[in-house]
Design a protein around this ligand. Structure first.
Ligand code: PLP
Length: 370
């Protein structure tokens, strides 16, 4: 089966093999050396002052960010399931919440953020997705972060980059916490969450909050190349291998430029078979299509072409489908995916198969890769 869901993404074979080595004890010099290497490479990936790894899915890092950074009142952006989740976390911990809510194809407007801040002078934290995976949209996070810091430098910015870190370069100059998770762009199994922290974030976290998710305890330990609790040793070994693999494929900048070129090609290919891209500001991590036949297309892809793509959730269930574009993807695999979608449309009587989707993908990808 070709796994083309925007998380989890397929784990490359070399990584699976590396993770099959016997388990190491986490309190040993051997593992500390591995941890140090992963930590240094993460610091580079984030381009921030500090990098922390915790054994949890991505939501654990979202929760850790909210409880350690937000003092009293948080502003969240709900353009989908993951933005909504920041609000739910805030409520679970009794934080005051201001939520900007949009349809799932709409990125937040900088004006709305400014207005919310003017109306609520006690907002001390903003939490937002870089890419909101529910509808595959890109929020203008860097611009918002800059505007907010100019407005009040003591407002902390949490950016959920789980489907953006490793997809595109993110300007972290005005971001305080940048979150990443193992099973999306980093092509690892689920279970490792990573956070990049700014100098201001470290200062503001102080002695931290919570117990397992107390970031102050983790900062203190991880600066010494160990963790407060048992580290996700196998996943951290896998993370180093992922960095090796990215380096051997030309490095991060190459990964970013190929991902961008492939995103353009994928979107053009889908449009060439009259499909409609759902978000107003598509993220690079995935292509999201709004289509009444979404479920039939997905079923055909899975049963006949062995391609697994994602559908929609909540009110978009059955109305959209999402094709992953994160990670090291073989061009031949993506060609197969777009060709299969065209074949499925043909079988549904929507068009006559001509191979135009694969042809368009190939042409645009070559042009954009230069
Ligand atoms: C996948 C994802 C998460 C985290 O989900 P987990 O299931 O907890 O790993 C958070 N934010 C975004 C944008 C995501 O795509």
């Amino acid at each position: 089966m070709h796994l083309f869901t925007p998380g989890p993404t397929p784990v490359p074979e070399a990584i699976r093999v590396a993770m099959s080595a016997p388990t190491l004890h986490h309190r040993t010099p051997e593992f500390e050396a591995i941890f140090k290497e992963a930590r240094e490479r993460l610091l580079k990936l984030f381009g921030m002052k500090e990098a922390i790894m915790i054994a949890s899915s991505g939501t654990g890092a979202m929760e850790a960010s909210v409880i350690n950074i937000c003092k009293k009142k948080i502003l969240t952006v709900n353009s989908g399931k993951f933005g909504e989740r920041f609000g739910k976390i805030a409520k679970a911990y009794g934080k005051e919440l201001v939520e900007l809510k949009y349809e799932w194809n709409m990125p937040v407007s900088v004006e709305d953020i400014k207005e919310a801040l003017c109306n609520n002078s006690d907002i001390d934290t903003i939490a937002i997705q870089v890419c909101e995976s529910a509808g595959g949209l890109r929020h203008p996070v860097e611009e918002i972060a800059k505007v907010v810091k100019e407005f009040n430098k003591d407002i902390a910015i949490i950016a959920d980059g789980i489907t953006a870190v490793g997809v595109e370069p993110i300007d972290t100059r005005y971001i305080d916490i940048l979150i990443s998770g193992s099973q999306k762009a980093l092509m690892l199994p689920p279970g490792l969450a990573m956070l990049g922290l700014s100098e201001y974030a470290i200062e503001r976290i102080g002695s931290g909050s919570g117990y397992y998710l107390n970031l102050a305890s983790e900062i203190a330990k991880q600066q010494k190349n160990t963790t407060a609790y048992t580290a996700a040793t196998t996943l951290i070994i896998g993370l180093n291998k992922i960095f090796d693999l990215i380096e051997n494929s030309g490095g991060l900048d190459t990964l970013y430029s190929i991902t961008e070129a492939r995103s353009k090609a994928l979107i053009k290919a889908l449009e060439s078979i009259d499909l409609k891209i759902y978000p107003n500001s598509p993220a690079l991590a995935m292509a999201t299509v709004i289509d009444k036949d979404s479920e039939n297309i997905r079923k055909l892809l899975k049963s006949k072409y062995r391609v697994n793509i994602a559908g929609g959730q909540d009110h978009l269930k059955g109305k959209i489908f999402r094709v992953n574009n994160m990670g090291l993807i073989k061009t031949s695999d993506m060609l197969w995916v777009v060709d299969s979608i065209e074949s499925a449309l043909s079988e549904l009587g929507r068009l006559e198969y001509s191979g135009v989707a694969a042809k368009t993908f190939s042409e645009v990808f070559k042009l954009e890769s230069k």
